[in-house]
Ligand binder design. Structure first.
Ligand SMILES: CC(C)(COP(=O)(O)OP(=O)(O)OC[C@H]1O[C@@H](n2cnc3c(N)ncnc32)[C@H](O)[C@@H]1OP(=O)(O)O)[C@@H](O)C(=O)NCCC(=O)NCCS
Length: 208
């Protein structure tokens, strides 16, 4: 569904040469031919993240935050100024005609504890970019980060009506089960196996 391109002159993915050196993120071509750059978030991305969250539909925001509320300023700061000893966040951006960057998705995880092997994952894709393979690309890139950070299990909580997230999770090899104590929520969980095991899984057509 996606391929990473390493050509420095790849139109619109201006960081391609830099990111091609890394296996886990870079200039990504979606199935419909659109190009996005997947890269770690930085504190300078606060305006991008704010515009991204403000541009989400009520439903998408609700599915992500389990509420349609706006972000508090401190919450926004914490989303971009991440603590790398516990978290990682990758954003997907596109380059607009005027050369500016626009954020179209974000996937992140936060460890339960500083030394723990389990981390909670969350993802959101801009409404206009949903169902184009971006969620898949972001989570696959995040898996690489999680492995490099020594995370053994990624898990998340989503509404049982969230067909998009449940489908994406199943496609990527998460186990999906009811969240104990709340019939409206589902828990998804996936172990982060070594690369060779992931490749075997990918050849078999699951996850990867
Ligand atoms: C869930 C979400 C991240 C999926 O991202 P996406 O970019 O649309 O996902 P993809 O395009 O990679 O699709 C992956 C699979 O899910 C399916 N899918 C995506 N949205 C779907 C929907 N609304 N209904 C049914 N299937 C859906 C795709 O068809 C694809 O299935 P396939 O492999 O059989 O073709 C996105 O819909 C979103 O941001 N939702 C709001 C926030 C949210 O719910 N976050 C999860 C809780 S943290």
């Amino acid at each position: 569904m996606l391929r990473l391109i390493g050509s420095p002159d790849a139109a619109r993915c201006q960081d391609a040469a830099q990111w091609a050196a890394a296996e886990s993120y870079g200039c990504t071509v979606l199935a419909d031919g659109s190009r996005v750059t997947i890269r770690p978030i930085t504190p300078d991305d606060r305006p991008l993240e704010l515009a991204f969250v403000r541009g989400l539909s009520r439903q998408t925001r609700y599915q992500r935050l389990l509420s349609a509320r706006d972000l508090a300023p401190d919450e926004l700061r914490r989303l971009v100024e991440i603590d790398r000893s516990r978290e990682q966040a990758l954003i997907a951006t596109v380059t607009m005609d005027d050369g500016s960057e626009d954020q179209v998705g974000v996937a992140r995880y936060v460890r339960d504890s500083r030394d723990g092997g389990e981390a909670e994952v969350a993802i959101v894709v801009a409404d206009a970019w949903q169902r184009r393979g971006l969620g898949d690309a972001l989570l696959r890139a995040l898996f690489q980060e999680a492995r490099a950070d020594g995370i053994e299990l990624l898990y998340g909580i989503t509404q049982f009506t969230n067909r998009g997230m449940l489908r994406l999770a199943q496609r990527l090899g998460f186990r999906v089960a009811h969240q104990p104590g709340d019939a409206t929520l589902m828990r998804i969980a996936r172990t982060m196996e070594p690369r060779w095991m992931e490749r075997r899984r990918a050849v078999a057509g699951v996850g990867g």
